[in-house]
Design a protein around this ligand. Structure first.
Ligand SMILES: [Zn+2]
Ligand SMILES: [Zn+2]
Length: 276
């Protein structure tokens, strides 16, 4: 299974690190997890334009994780040659259907302009929206996906996803503090992908709203401790808050290594990690 960092950033705009988005690929299947700012450009750079996606998974409905949902939907529509193309399944927590409906409504004028102007363009292909709070969410050979509740309160419900495929498992935690749901989901997986913050650095920022971020995200050490409890082989850290400064990656890795003695991966956008 291949994991690709599409966007390793956070809500703070960065020219190097785009918004949270990650791609899991196996045997021609492509699963997009979250769709932060710049995701369509990163998908193209990764060799998987949006029309090739098999499903979109949303861990939660915070803006940095869904801000380019409209771009994914509209770009897929206007660049798909087959009008009978299969619908794009969108799997997320309760509220996802409302977000998708509102996004399509926001682009209602655009959709009308394009249909009126192009004879070979009809209504956007249907979207399949599936809302879950836990349990199996996808079973199409050879990929199975399971969701579990995470703890990102006051944002709720939020989901972690486990992708199982031919004996290899990758868990995507999303934004969460350590919690039983994520521990159970991650147990025995090959890799855990976890969003992280550096509490020591965030607490130096003289704005209360940055300090508040610590309340509902895991620190590097907490994410590493979760990986250790779960017994995963590889910990993949992403969604760096604040963005990793040039030359500082090793410092982040060392912090994780205080709690976890397996393989630790950090990366820039488009870095790839082979799992299993
Ligand atoms: Zn969040
Ligand atoms: Zn986030």
């Amino acid at each position: 299974m291949q994991f690709i960092f599409l966007g390793t950033g956070c809500p703070v705009v960065s020219l190097e690190r785009f918004g949270p988005a990650h791609l899991v690929q196996h045997q021609g299947r492509s699963l997009l997890v979250d769709c932060g700012s710049g995701v369509t450009q990163r998908l193209l750079a990764a060799g998987c334009p949006g029309r090739d996606l098999d499903a979109l998974l949303l861990t939660h409905l915070h803006s940095d994780h869904i801000t380019d949902l409209g771009d994914v939907i509209i770009t897929r529509w206007v660049t798909t040659f087959d009008a009978q193309a299969a619908p794009l399944p969108i799997i997320g927590p309760p509220g996802t259907a409302e977000v998708v409906r509102a996004t399509l409504a926001a682009f209602g004028f655009d959709i009308g302009y394009r249909i009126a102007h192009h004879d070979d363009l009809t209504e956007p292909p249907p979207l399949e929206v599936h809302e879950y709070t836990e349990g199996p969410v996808w079973d199409r050979e050879p990929v199975r996906i399971t969701a579990a509740p995470t703890d990102h309160r006051p944002v709720e419900p939020t989901l972690g996803f486990r992708v199982d495929c031919e004996g290899t498992a990758v868990v995507l935690a999303g934004d969460t503090v350590p919690c039983a749901g994520l521990d159970d989901l991650s147990a025995g997986a090959d890799a855990l992908v976890h969003t992280v913050i550096r509490e020591d650095l965030v607490n130096q920022i003289p704005m209360q709203r940055f300090k508040d971020i610590c309340d509902y995200h895991s620190s590097v050490q907490q994410a590493a401790a979760t990986a250790a409890r779960a017994g995963v082989g590889t910990l993949i850290l992403t969604h760096y808050v604040p963005a990793i400064a040039p030359g500082q990656e090793e410092q982040w890795r060392q912090l994780a290594a205080t709690e976890f003695d397996g393989r630790i991966e950090l990366g820039d956008d488009l870095h790839r990690v082979q799992v299993g």
